[in-house]
Ligand binder design. Sequence first.
Ligand code: FMN
Length: 286
Amino acid sequence: MSLAQSPVDRPTNDTTLAETLLWQRNRDGGTTPPPQWNDTLATIINHRSVRAFRPDALPAGTLELLVAAAQSASTSSNLQLWSVVAVEDPARRARLSELAGQQKFIRDAPLLLVWLCDHARLTAIAAERQMPVEGIHYLEEFIVGIVDAALAAQSAAIAAESLGLGCVYIGAMRNLPEQVAAELGLPPQVFAVFGMSVGFPDPTGETGVKPRLPRPVVLHREQYSIASQEPEIARYNATARGFMREQGMREQDWTQQSIDRVKDVAALRGRDRMREALRNLGFELR
Ligand SMILES: Cc1cc2nc3c(=O)[nH]c(=O)nc-3n(C[C@H](O)[C@H](O)[C@H](O)COP(=O)(O)O)c2cc1C
């Protein structure tokens, strides 16, 4: 989505674009001019998930460009313990949509990227040299692969948004990990961390920038403090409600919504068996 198309929720005549975008992100009181500004910051700070896509295919070479951006992310020890499967086949996207909570945008967007924690490549190259890989079976290396995949994906997301494309992450790709692995032909020790639908935003489904927690809640100076967060979070609940109202969504308390996602095992929607699924996929997680 280009900045020109983006809905800005506040009059811009007395503020710069930078101040407007910064205000949208947190809706925190007054805006102060940022010390510096550029198009990269505008792209990042103007992010919103896109869930309504035009059917148009992406221009040739776009996928490769997104993967170049993904490969430009930092990667722990340069191990590059991630891979991505690009799914364009509508029938396969439809099947993966079924496995991932039947989310419609997986069928609608022309490209589905499935980001992988990949221990298979390192295991295979070690086997070629008949070397052990004992360390790879520890939880630490699983974390490395997950972090690598997330950093790569986010770099691709920013690249996509800079090109006027929209995207949305799909955590529901972890609802049925073994079935997703089978659909994508994943070998042992490869896990689909999340999906990401990518395409041209359908302007009729345009959404606003979802405000985040007030900055002091997440920005701690020198030492962490939880006590100071409560009043800011109460303020955020009001902000979030206002946003939902504007977007025509059912108004909900952010605090309650967040608690509801973790209040019991049922709230994990089947993902409480993740440890078992990962073992089935060849991750020992010692
Ligand atoms: C790892 C991850 C998984 C997500 N999974 C889903 C999903 O399955 N379905 C969905 O509609 N949105 C999903 N999202 C999008 C979040 O709901 C969204 O980023 C969040 O509500 C903030 O909104 P924004 O991205 O528009 O700012 C996911 C986001 C992340 C980072």
